[in-house]
Design a protein around this ligand. Structure first.
Ligand code: DX5
Ligand code: ZN
Length: 238
């Protein structure tokens, strides 16, 4: 089922396993589920689009069975069009890739993801304007706003990027709220007010969760902080 067919009622938390104990990835996914995370965010990197290399569809396929939570793939790879089918077959419920990749593959890849009944998303790096998404608006279930340079967990949140882009991204997708805005990079309780204030639907959190002493408390704290700010933003927007 398409993840983003409706705008979620409250802020959803997507746990990024990038900084988890990868020797026990299945257990780390179960830990996020037990802590109350809503989705599992899977950062795929190819050491080409970004200066880091992580895992691919075989790893995702191997851990698909450990949870019923949706798998949210974030492809930081140069050729998402070439590999989209593998990530669909691996069981990803949503697949987001970057608008900065070579353009000819973008529409076909979004169409393939949607044709498979999954949610399709595009992400913008901090320096990429939202306008770059305009040609693809009709095919987007997810807009993923990066608030760090993609490639690594644990980086500092770019509040200026969040403040400049989140409200406009949400307004661009409204009315109807058929699509969701995700924020990725530096998501934690002390940045959740700015994130929620932009009307953000999904917060990706990696290091904040996996380095927390109490992951469940951290999930609850991020969600509560973001929800309060998000409700105010939605009320303001009418
Ligand atoms: C970075 C990844 C993020 C990363 C977030 O390129 O896309 O999903 O895991 O990590 P934190 O939450 O630590 O910034
Ligand atoms: Zn990510």
């Amino acid at each position: 089922m398409s993840l983003a067919s409706r705008r979620p009622a409250g802020t959803l938390i997507a746990a990024s396993i990038l900084d988890s104990d990868l020797a026990a990835l299945g257990d780390e996914i179960r830990r996020a589920e037990a802590a109350g995370a809503d989705r599992i965010h899977l950062d795929v990197m190819d050491a080409h689009f970004v200066p880091n290399l992580t895992f691919g569809w075989k790893t995702i396929e191997a851990v698909r069975h450990v949870t019923r939570l949706p798998f949210d793939a974030h492809l930081m790879i140069a050729e998402p069009g070439r590999w989209a089918a593998e990530f669909i077959d691996a069981g990803c419920d949503s697949i987001t890739f970057h608008v900065e990749v070579a353009a000819p593959q973008i529409r076909p890849a979004l169409e393939a993801i949607r044709a498979a009944g999954r949610s399709a998303g595009l992400s913008v790096k901090p320096g990429t304007p939202l306008e770059s998404l305009s040609p693809y608006r009709d095919l987007l279930d997810i807009v993923l706003v990066m608030t760090v340079e993609p490639g690594f967990g644990g980086q500092a949140f770019m509040a200026d990027v969040a403040e400049a882009k989140l409200g406009p991204a949400r307004a661009w997708l409204d009315p109807g709220g058929a699509c969701e805005v995700q924020v990725d990079g530096g998501g934690r309780h002390d940045t959740a007010t700015v994130i929620g204030g932009g009307g953000t639907d999904v917060i990706v959190a990696g290091s904040a969760l996996y380095r927390a002493d109490d992951m469940a408390a951290e999930v609850a704290r991020i969600r509560a902080t973001a929800d309060a700010a998000r409700a105010a933003a939605i009320a303001r927007a009418g």
